[in-house]
Design a protein around this ligand. Structure first.
Ligand code: FAD
Length: 335
């Protein structure tokens, strides 16, 4: 369906799933949208890491591992991605640490080439600037955003999709005040950290007996085999430490983290490790979320907070937050 152009502009901070879906909905309705992300590519916590080797590449889903869908509005996008082959159902079983199979009947989706596939697809149709960290916001007739590269962008409204503590920090350092009740409510959104260990093996076979294994939670919460998932031509493992281990070992050196994770997985890791990396997700999972899809403040001009701090602390929660926020902002801009 073609929509009339709405002569308004919106800046979206963050090219994760919530920011990109919000931007997509706005663009579909004729709004001029610009997305800025500090990262080198789309996805945020749905990123896929690529390591270039001599003749090939190894891939790791190092944040979100799969997503599920129950919301009708999100489902429309998911159906489109499925039809285009951008995502696929997760094939290969998931098991628990004791070997029990996963009996859930819910369909779990993964990106066909890695978890960032759907966000890459969305970003390709939008005006997105990567490697631009938003450092300052100010308002004079319009919002102005300054990035670490010294670029400025202006717009009638802002959508902030980083984890809420980071968005609040940005407002604070920009001296942009929020109504105190809104600030208090947003300040309740807090996150667990997650340390991800990435291992590449010198082997031609998968390492795990399943695509993914749920562990007891501490020190390891999850391990997945990216070769079995079908996103890496080489056997690679993604291991997520539990929130307690991650908080306690935030400053621990990478080599000790790798050693600890491998010691706990010694029953599975038989092949020699060719390469290891550690990624620290400071804002991994929201501990609790607000029971509303977004928060909008409209003075001096709209600022909308979105992401996985609303609805549910996972991909679908963030997606629904972005979609609902964009529709609400459209109504506001049309009024
Ligand atoms: C280890 C791990 C495993 C997970 N596993 C699952 C799973 O299996 N299933 C599931 O459903 N969910 C999972 N999740 C949760 C899921 O990844 C998130 O809920 C979801 O991706 C959040 O999307 P978002 O758009 O809200 O935020 P993000 O993806 O974090 O996007 C925010 C974006 O804002 C950008 N940004 C931040 N500050 C700035 C700034 N100042 N300037 C410019 N850009 C900025 C960031 O670079 C980022 O790209 C997992 C998360 C982690 C960390």
């Amino acid at each position: 369906m073609a929509f009339e152009r709405l002569p308004k502009s919106v800046l979206v901070v963050g090219a994760g799933i919530s920011g990109l879906l919000a931007a997509t909905v706005l663009k579909e309705h004729g709004v001029e949208v610009t997305v800025l992300d500090k990262g080198r590519g789309a996805g945020g916590r749905m990123s896929t890491r690529r390591i270039d080797l001599d003749n090939t590449c190894a891939y790791f889903d190092h944040g979100a591992q799969y997503f599920t869908v129950s919301d009708g509005d999100f489902a429309k996008y998911v159906e489109r991605w499925l039809a285009l082959g951008i995502i696929k159902p997760l094939n290969g079983k998931l098991i628990r640490q004791n070997g029990e199979p996963d009996l859930s009947s819910e369909t779990r989706y993964i990106g066909a080439t890695g978890m960032n596939a759907s966000t890459k697809y969305l970003a390709d149709s939008l005006r997105v600037f990567f490697s631009e960290r938003v450092d300052k916001l100010s308002f004079e007739k319009q919002w102005t955003v300054e990035t670490d590269k010294g670029k400025t962008f202006t717009a009638d409204a802002l959508i902030l999709s980083p984890p809420v503590p980071q968005s609040l920090e940005l407002l604070k350092k920009s001296n942009v005040p929020l109504p105190s009740d809104v600030e208090t409510e947003l300040a309740t959104i807090d996150y667990h950290p997650c340390i991800a260990t990435l291992l590449l093996f010198d082997s031609v076979d998968p390492i795990l007996p399943a695509s993914g294994i749920w562990f007891q939670g501490e020190p390891i919460a999850w391990a997945s085999d990216n070769l079995r998932k079908g996103i890496s031509p080489l056997p690679t493992l993604t291991i997520h430490a539990g929130p307690m281990f991650s908080a306690e070992h935030w400053q621990t050196t990478d080599s000790i983290i790798v050693e600890t994770m491998c010691a706990h997985l010694k029953d599975w890791i038989k092949a020699p490790i060719k390469l290891s990396q550690v990624h620290r997700w400071r804002y991994g999972f929201a501990k609790s979320v607000l029971d509303k899809p977004f928060v909008m403040v409209d003075s001096p001009a709209p600022i909308v907070f979105v992401g996985d701090g609303f609805v549910a602390p996972r991909v679908e929660g963030a997606a629904v937050s972005g979609i609902r926020a964009a529709h609400a902002l459209l109504e506001h801009l049309r009024a």
